[in-house]
Write a protein that binds this ligand. Structure first.
Ligand code: HEC
Length: 101
């Protein structure tokens, strides 16, 4: 081991021990208000992550935000969602007041 690594080793160990002094809230089942598109969101938008990512966005973000976000899920993260379903999902998310519990 080189001297620099020897000096750093106890420090990195201390970092590991000190990490995360808080706990994340437990995962929970998230349900969406009923409406056209709700089931599509439930089916397509919880495949990779919790629906909490959707419901904890600021309220009333509007259509442009959701169009961009759904586009990012498809183009950047590779979500395989047919275009007609994307349109229904965007309409639902833009029009439905969704609150995180
Ligand atoms: C193919 C996997 C995948 C699918 C399907 C998916 N997402 Fe995501 N989503 C991600 C990833 C990866 C992230 C980034 C996670 C992180 O930052 O921890 C993300 C993050 C998000 C975020 C947080 C803000 C942001 O822009 O990063 C929102 C909101 C979101 N997704 C909404 C949706 C919605 C709405 C759908 C359904 C149309 C959806 N996701 C479907 C992969 C996916």
């Amino acid at each position: 081991m080189r001297p620099a690594a020897t000096l750093l080793a106890p420090f990195s160990l201390a970092c590991l021990v000190a990490a995360a002094p808080y706990a994340l809230p437990p995962e929970r089942e998230t349900t969406l208000p009923a409406g056209p598109g709700a089931e599509l969101v439930q089916a397509q938008c919880a495949a990779c992550h919790s629906l909490d990512l959707v419901t904890t966005q600021p309220p009333a973000m509007g259509e442009a935000f959701w169009r961009k976000t759904v586009g990012k899920m498809v183009e950047t993260y590779g979500a395989d969602i047919p275009e007609d379903q994307q349109a229904a999902i965007i309409a639902y998310l833009a029009q439905t007041p969704i609150k995180a519990r």
